[in-house]
Design a protein around this ligand. Sequence first.
Ligand code: C5P
Length: 237
Amino acid sequence: MEKRDALYAGKAKSVYRTDDPQRLILHFRDDTSAFDGERVESLARKGMVNNKFNAFIMGKLEAAGIPTHFDGLVSETECVVKKLEMIPVECVVRNLAAGGLVKRLGIEEGRELTPPTFELFLKNDAQHDPMINESLAETFGWASREQLARMKTLTFQVNDVLKQLFLDGGMLLVDYKLEFGMFNGEIVLGDEFSPDGCRLWDAKTREKMDKDRFRQGLGGVIEAYEEVGRRIGIEFD
Ligand code: C5P
């Protein structure tokens, strides 16, 4: 596979075309951003850690029958993925109250959410990724009713797989965000799964082990990501 020109540079990843029109290369950079890109820092090893983390999780999800865009690692910080036609909607599941939910509804942080909640957000930087619902998504053509139903089913399947995986490593999967796209007429999980896009707490101490360490200036960000990885069986050189 030959890497070609850059297609798009996001806040933490860059996307490249390849000689195969159906495949892209994702490059995980060390850049870390928060608060709508207001705060950006480079954290050593982050690209490598998130690339390996994502590869491991995508493998677990594929093994559980969830279709993903992941094809394989190509370097320490890069992987090959299927080129999806992305659906501009973010799917968020929450098992415990934190972050946006706490802020928006005044719910106490850490409260167990039974059943887990499911929220939709529009991917739109200019509008700061506003919360939407299925009616709005359908009316404005962001996603069809069928796509929304499938995304919801897959997002909860991911919860079943990953909640247990992290619990086995002594961690609580508090919440996470997924993005999907279309490939050959099928809904496929895209983007990435790493501690940048989920919340993970130590099950005993409830210590934060995810990007909230960066957002809240707690330090030890990449050390925490590596610890999460080690606890679920990932080896970082
Ligand atoms: O901020 P909020 O509490 O709504 O985020 C819910 C989950 O989705 C968190 O794990 C957060 O890291 C993730 N998220 C994300 N990218 C966004 C918005 C939320 O990864 N643009």
